[in-house]
Ligand binder design. Structure first.
Ligand code: BEZ
Length: 255
């Protein structure tokens, strides 16, 4: 969900904005949670736990779960739910063979050195431990990114270095997992068009700040307007409902 040391310039995390604009994220995490199938007594690490909405569901099974996130504000929100949560960068996992499973939902695409993250995940797991994750895969939010880049270019602004996300193919990610020493049990990439509760403006203002970093406010607004105009034909149903062109990569692997 967020990874501060690797958070791209301009991206900030605000727990109440997140709850308002992105409450669909944990709601859509049911399937990957089923794949995790947490059991009472298991020790589980939730990597990029955000405000802890899914961490709480893991805890309700009786598992002993630790949530980590690089955003202090998100960790504080998770603690407000009574969860055990710590501020830790996903690239610097300090754990040594202590978890039965590492879980992650909608967070790994923010972490731009996946090999380092996976090496830390492997080290965190007990022998035979599992890694179960879902995040943005190849083609995720492609139309949104293209419209943002076109809107920047229209204003003469280079988009170089502004695209902040890692969206691998299944081949690329499976290869990386194997390189690090995992056995891949399942890996799939699938489109999941996602209705946005506060529309495209809410999504762009919550997540797309790196594209707008260092631009003055009027210019940011103009680029958001232009982006929405470009996207309205493909991602708005004409009744005011916006859908994001999400593509998920869902994976289960073990050491
Ligand atoms: C995602 O969950 O796919 C996502 C969320 C925010 C920015 C980019 C991707």
């Amino acid at each position: 969900m967020s990874n501060r040391s690797n958070t791209p310039p301009g991206q900030e995390w605000n727990a109440s904005h997140y709850a308002e604009n992105a409450n669909f994220v944990p709601k859509l995490g049911g399937e990957v949670l089923k794949l995790l199938a947490p059991q009472a007594g298991q020790r589980i690490l939730d990597l990029g736990c955000g405000d802890g909405a899914l961490t709480e569901r893991i805890a309700q099974t009786g598992a002993n779960v630790l949530g980590i996130d690089a955003s202090e504000e998100m960790v504080e929100a998770a603690r407000q739910r009574g969860l055990n949560a710590r501020v830790i960068d996903g690239h610097q996992l300090p754990f040594d063979h202590e978890f039965d499973a590492v879980f992650s939902n909608a967070a790994l695409h923010w972490m731009l050195d996946p090999q380092k993250v996976l090496a830390g995940v492997k080290r965190a797991l007990k022998p035979g431990g599992r890694f179960v994750a879902e995040f943005g895969g190849h083609g995720n939010v492609a139309a949104i990114c293209t419209a943002l880049i076109a809107s920047l270019q229209f204003r003469g602004i280079s988009s170089h270095g502004r695209h902040p996300w890692y969206f691998p193919t299944t081949q690329e990610y499976a290869h990386l997992l194997q390189t690090v020493g995992f056995h891949v049990d399942s890996i799939e990439l699938f489109p999941r068009p996602t209705l946005l509760p506060t529309g495209m403006a809410g999504w762009l203002r919550t997540f797309a700040n790196p594209f707008l970093h260092n631009l003055d406010q009027d210019l940011q607004e103009a680029i958001i307007d232009n982006t929405m105009n470009l996207l309205s034909h493909s991602l708005n149903d004409g009744q005011g409902n916006w859908t994001a062109d999400y593509v998920r990569l869902r994976v289960s692997a073990h050491v």
